[in-house]
Design a protein around this ligand. Sequence first.
Ligand SMILES: [Zn+2]
Length: 136
Amino acid sequence: MDVARRVLGTRRREVAIGAVAVCVIVMAGDPHSSRSRLPMCPVKLVTGLDCPGCGGLRLTHDLLHGDLRAAMHDNAFLLTCTPVLAALALRSFALRPGAAPAPVPPRVAYTLASAAMLWMFVRNLPGWPLKPITRA
Ligand SMILES: [Zn+2]
């Protein structure tokens, strides 16, 4: 039991350190710039379509800079789902010390997956106004 707690405690620490590192990198870089060195979405690169997560780095950058309006433009779905995703992550990693990470309840997983697919369809319709902003 002590070994499991130590491993999970280390894992939580690694996840927290990784999250802070990603935030620092995204905050320092500018994913809005076409010259950014941050990675491009592979779905967008291959298909030209915005996937449900497209704009996520720009959203994170804008939230870290306190620009909620720009964040809504970047990915309204992801912004809306952030509290749910954060709650699921906390539930999985933080609230169960010594236990295996809790799985996402199937009803929640299917609902999120269905909403993501609907969001991908809607955001790729011609004339959809909320497109991730890229500057030259
Ligand atoms: Zn994408």
